[in-house]
Write a protein that binds this ligand. Structure first.
Ligand code: AMP
Ligand code: MG
Length: 424
């Protein structure tokens, strides 16, 4: 597919025609996001201790060898391989080498040292044998086999060599990357700036924690849900509170938020109900790039642009808000922050423990539980699948991913599973 740009998409009737009744497919929505999202350019320096969840803005080249000296991979004995044959597989024990306490090579003759893991290999020595495989006879270390030359030695630079690229620009930093940076002696790095994200929930019926709930009202779970997802990504949002279903107020708030943020997220009011104004508000002050997708849950989700900031209007139903956030917003945030690719969630296969019959036409994320049994892993859908039912989502540990065209999934066949661990 040719690369599309925003201007083309505004004119693209093909995209508009997918609004309804066929909606935009899951795959196509991802393709559009991949092409439309522009990464922010600003970078900053941070301590590696604050870099988790941020994205590297430069390649990281190692200025040292790791390890930076040849060292023992075992607790054992180190010697020159050629000495063994000469001395009938017996070498004299001269002392010991602990990690962090190298011996001075000048004082060393044709002998053997006890050496601990991480101990520096003395110059000219080339082989280590684990202590379990030798016999000690007074001051002699004796072998009843011929060890391989070079055994059990970790060579300088075998992990990373000097001047090698250890991490690439665009890496989304996880704890392993932070550990790797520390192993190179790097305490500060250049990352892309955190995104400025603005959020508000919408709905006349939505009330805040601390208020007494009346019939017809619902607590604002979406704010805490989205806030927590963001928190896990080491990001926070400018919180604009909850707005009532008032077209003019919504428009005004979107406009203000667009001046203060790179990305705006809202929940609710994005469907086709009488008080659903988000799409209209977006088209009045910005551009609707796509809306209404062939996914379940989460069909209505608006994506657009208001001035320089991108906008995701998520559905009000909490499970739909969660699914659309995880599938579209989270990877888009990473893209905006400089990640090199739209990260689709890893998919595993597991045996289905119960037949599923459903209507074709939408990519579906079925809340499910994956369990280890004597016969291997088995996944079962949970009973409650309503898009407002957050309890079943919090009871689940994975989604079963069902492709658009599938309608019957037989028991004991293999199905696609997205684990929450890693996704959330
Ligand atoms: P809407 O997308 O505005 O039509 O809302 C769909 C459903 O989600 C309705 O039942 C709302 O009451 C519910 N809802 C909307 N916003 C929130 C929120 N912030 N927290 C919890 N539920 C919400
Ligand atoms: Mg609403």
């Amino acid at each position: 597919m040719n690369k599309i740009n925003l201007t083309d998409l505004y004119k693209d009737k093909g995209c508009l025609s997918e609004y309804d009744p066929n909606s935009l497919t899951y795959q196509k929505a991802i393709l559009y996001l991949e092409q439309l999202i522009e990464p922010i350019k600003k970078t900053k320096k941070v301590s590696i201790e604050d870099a988790l969840g941020l994205i590297l803005a430069t390649d990281i080249k190692s200025s040292i060898n790791v390890p930076n000296y040849d060292n023992s991979a075992m607790d054992g004995y180190v010697f020159r391989h050629q000495e063994l044959k000469k001395n009938n597989n017996k070498v004299k024990l001269m002392g010991k080498i602990l990690a962090g306490h190298p011996v001075d090579p000048k004082k060393i003759g044709s002998v053997c040292f006890k050496i601990m893991t991480g101990g520096m290999i003395p110059k000219g020595f080339d082989t280590v044998i684990p202590q379990e495989l030798v016999k000690i006879d007074k001051d002699l270390v004796c072998f009843d086999f011929q060890p391989k030359k070079g055994a059990n030695i970790r060579k300088a630079g075998e992990d990373i060599s000097k001047n090698e690229i250890a991490l690439k620009k665009g890496t989304y930093l996880n704890p392993l990357h932070i550990g790797l940076l520390a192993s190179l002696g790097i305490s500060e790095i250049k990352v892309f700036e955190s995104l400025k994200v603005g959020f508000f929930s919408t709905g006349d019926e939505v009330v805040q924690l601390g208020e007494k709930i009346k019939p017809g009202q619902v607590y604002d779970s979406n704010r805490y849900l989205i806030k927590s997802f963001m928190h896990k990504m080491n990001l926070h949002f400018n919180d604009y509170g909850n707005l009532s279903d008032n077209k003019f107020k919504l428009e005004k708030q979107l406009e203000t938020a667009s001046k203060e943020n790179d990305l705006i997220i809202t929940t609710g009011g994005v469907s086709v109900g009488e008080a659903d104004y988000m799409k209209e508000a977006l088209s009045n002050i910005g551009k609707v790039l796509f809306w209404k997708m062939a996914i379940k849950p989460g069909r209505p989700m608006a994506f657009g642009k208001i001035k320089k900031s991108f906008y995701f209007g998520l559905p009000g139903n909490p499970v739909s808000a969660a699914v659309t956030f995880l599938q579209f917003v989270k990877p888009s945030i990473k893209l905006m922050m400089g990640n090199f690719q739209f990260e689709s969630t890893p998919i595993l296969e597991a045996k289905l423990g119960q037949k599923i019959i459903r209507k074709q036409g939408r990519t579906e994320f079925v809340r499910a539980y994956l369990q280890k049994t004597v016969k291997g892993y088995c996944v079962k859908p949970l009973n409650q699948q309503g898009s407002g039912m957050l309890k079943s989502m919090s009871d689940a540990n994975c989604f079963i991913l069902i492709a658009e065209k599938e309608d019957v999934l037989e028991k004991n066949t293999y199905v696609k599973v997205i684990l929450f661990d890693g996704l959330i």
